[in-house]
Design a protein around this ligand. Structure first.
Ligand code: IPE
Ligand code: IPE
Ligand code: MG
Length: 250
């Protein structure tokens, strides 16, 4: 039985987030510059998006550029921005064909104009699509997101639009960049690194974590299915005991 056939369609995570890591090392291993790794990473993005759409996953969030990634050499940052523009242009027909809606999280005002405009164009053109919510995290930092949410909430309190006592999980959720998305069920990181690197800190509070040695440009549909299968083997207890979870199944 293929890996895909082993997947239980009734236990599909609603929201999968991916830290796409290892492009630089993939290229270095082959004697190329880091940029070559980024170019090849685009294929893995396509595979992952298609696999997620096939499995009827509701939301897929991809970490494409962090607030910390501006600290990389300028030539590398420029290439990443060019790749973003070109890939968005190329992928638009794929998004339309598969009914995929593009969203973004992060501060896109800091992106080069061309990248920001292309992004807004594809978001506009796909806004009525209903199958998969594909969110690109661009110039995204979870701490910055929490700072911004805190500022917006504080302003509402100062303006008497909100009472301090009313602040709860829902209020915080509704002030995050991800306000339209369900919480993250499953977080995948490639390349063997076992860290979060300032990604979705609030949203992954109860996510299952999955780390694979595969470098991002090599990551394909089979790897994605394998990860989903691993997710399905886990017992999500949310603070309860294993026995309580078993009882509720009966
Ligand atoms: C991930 O690959 C892509 C981005 C962060 C944009 P890296 O470029 O971080 O690859 P490694 O970690 O150096 O191998
Ligand atoms: C995280 O990867 C950011 C993205 C995948 C876009 P990094 O490669 O930048 O993370 P660190 O700095 O090694 O933790
Ligand atoms: Mg990296």
């Amino acid at each position: 039985m293929s890996v895909k056939d082993q997947i239980d369609n009734h236990k599909i995570p609603r929201h999968v987030a991916v830290i796409m890591d290892g492009n630089g090392r993939w290229a270095k291993k082959r004697g190329f510059s880091r940029v070559f790794g980024h170019k090849n990473g685009v294929n893995a993005v396509r595979d992952t998006v298609e696999a997620a759409a096939e499995l009827n996953i509701e939301a897929l969030t991809l970490y494409a550029f962090s607030t910390e990634n501006w600290n990389r050499p300028k030539a590398e940052v420029d290439t990443l921005m060019h790749l973003l523009v070109n890939s968005l242009k190329k992928e638009l027909p794929v998004f339309q064909k598969n009914n995929i809606k593009l969203l973004t999280i992060g501060n896109i005002d800091k992106l080069p104009k061309k990248a920001k405009n292309e992004l807004l164009d594809v978001i506009e053109k796909t806004k009525n699509n209903t199958h998969l919510n594909l969110t690109l995290a661009l110039n995204y930092g979870a701490r910055e997101e929490i700072i911004n949410a805190t500022k917006s909430i504080s302003k509402k309190i100062v303006n008497n639009e909100l009472n301090v006592e009313e602040i709860d999980e829902n209020i915080i959720n509704s002030h995050l960049y991800t306000f339209t998305l369900p919480g993250v069920d499953f977080l995948i990181r490639t390349s063997g690194e076992r860290r979060i690197s300032n990604f979705l800190l609030w949203q992954i509070a109860y996510a299952e974590l999955y780390f694979t040695e595969v470098l991002w440009p090599d990551f394909n549909k089979e790897n994605f299915y394998q990860a989903i299968l691993d997710y399905q083997s886990r017992e999500r207890r949310f603070g309860k005991t294993s026995e309580q979870i078993d009882d509720s199944k009966q």
